[in-house]
Design a protein around this ligand. Structure first.
Ligand SMILES: NC(=O)C1=CN([C@@H]2O[C@H](COP(=O)(O)OP(=O)(O)OC[C@H]3O[C@@H](n4cnc5c(N)ncnc54)[C@H](OP(=O)(O)O)[C@@H]3O)[C@@H](O)[C@H]2O)C=CC1
Ligand SMILES: Nc1nc(=O)c2c([nH]1)NC[C@@H]1CN(c3ccc(C(=O)N[C@@H](CCC(=O)O)C(=O)O)cc3)C=[N+]21
Length: 285
């Protein structure tokens, strides 16, 4: 029987601290503000957008949604970012991924002011992270939430063999840097990886972010591994599930995150926390 990582409960703890900090800012006349740009109708983005708006409002943050159809023009998105960059009431800007193919994600990401880049995707923020620089800069919220989970559950990182399956700029790559900065030995796998199972079987900590429902079964996991499931997938029945076959893997694992209730709530908690961070940093340096 694995220890079930309760992301929901940990998120509530983080959210209570964030709410307290937001209230203190409000006493100074500052309401931290977040703006979300959502293009099209990616299902995982819709869950995320809905949940974070609900929580932001609950915490007394300003939360604005800019929703565009799939065929929106690049110039329209860039124009919105320009306005939000200049808007003093907005501390955090998110452009939901994935973007449709006709939009240039790199140009769009690079247009966000680095000090409002709450997803930590701007090259200046990513560069600082990879260089392990000290100081204040935003880091992608899902990786930040996962690091918080590992710290809370006292999972040793120095010298641990970590395998990350998935190498997106939003999840895999920043996680690689964070774990490497924490002295773990990190391997990142993708579609071109040869003999994936032979790699994942070695992992003390296995982190999966592929977007493929139940991609990881019991045969891919070492006994006693810590398993972190980032996936937000749908079964044909419509039920929300992860990239890990939970029922098969749970008996083997030392600890495991469920979907829902694992990484997802911690992503949102990290987003709220980092929005308040950005509001403080932008005013106080
Ligand atoms: N819980 C949360 O808070 C969050 C959940 N998500 C969810 O996590 C999942 C992944 O999202 P995201 O990181 O944006 O993913 P992307 O879709 O951007 O990337 C998927 C990654 O998986 C890899 N991959 C795909 N197929 C295979 C395969 N057969 N073998 C090995 N690797 C493979 C790809 O490899 P390659 O690079 O070689 O093509 C790619 O790096 C989605 O379900 C998303 O909804 C995302 C963000 C936050
Ligand atoms: N720029 C950008 N940044 C992201 O961080 C980002 C993104 N784009 N695009 C989409 C993915 C997906 N994602 C989720 C985060 C939390 C839940 C979440 O709250 N999950 C709950 C689901 C609960 C429910 O069913 O409502 C849970 O796992 O318990 C879901 C999905 C962030 N992403």
């Amino acid at each position: 029987m694995a220890i079930l990582i309760d992301g929901k409960q940990l998120a509530q703890k983080v959210n209570a601290q964030t709410q307290q900090r937001a209230a203190e800012l409000q006493d100074q006349g500052i309401t931290p503000g977040i703006a979300v740009i959502l293009v099209g109708d990616d299902p995982a983005s819709q869950i995320y957008t809905r949940n974070k708006h609900r929580l932001a409002v609950q915490m007394g943050l300003k939360s604005d949604l800019y929703r565009f159809p799939t065929d929106v023009k690049q110039a329209t998105v860039l124009g919105t970012i320009k306005e939000l960059n200049a808007d003093d009431d907005i501390d955090a800007i998110i452009v939901q991924e994935p973007l449709p193919d006709h939009l240039d994600a790199v140009t769009i990401t690079n247009a966000i002011r680095p000090d409002k880049d709450v997803d930590g995707l701007h090259p200046s923020n990513l560069g600082k992270l990879f260089a392990n620089q000290p100081g204040h800069y935003p880091v992608a919220c899902t990786p930040r939430g996962i690091m918080r989970i590992l710290a809370h559950y006292e999972v040793p990182l120095a010298g641990a063999n970590v395998v990350i399956v998935g190498r997106s700029i939003l999840v895999g790559k920043p996680l690689l840097a964070l774990l490497n900065n924490a002295n773990a030995t990190v391997t990142m796998a993708g579609r071109h990886t040869q003999d994936l199972h032979q790699l994942t079987e070695q992992a003390d900590i296995l982190i999966v972010a592929t977007g493929i429902a139940h991609f990881i079964g019991a045969d891919a996991v070492k006994k006693g591994a810590v398993v972190i499931d980032v996936g937000m997938d749908r079964l044909p029945s419509g039920k929300l599930t992860g990239d890990v076959d939970f029922d098969a893997v749970e008996p083997l694992a030392k600890m495991i995150t469920p979907v829902p209730g694992g990484v997802g709530p911690m992503t949102i908690a990290s987003l709220m926390e980092q929005t308040v961070d950005l509001a403080e940093w932008r005013r106080n340096g």
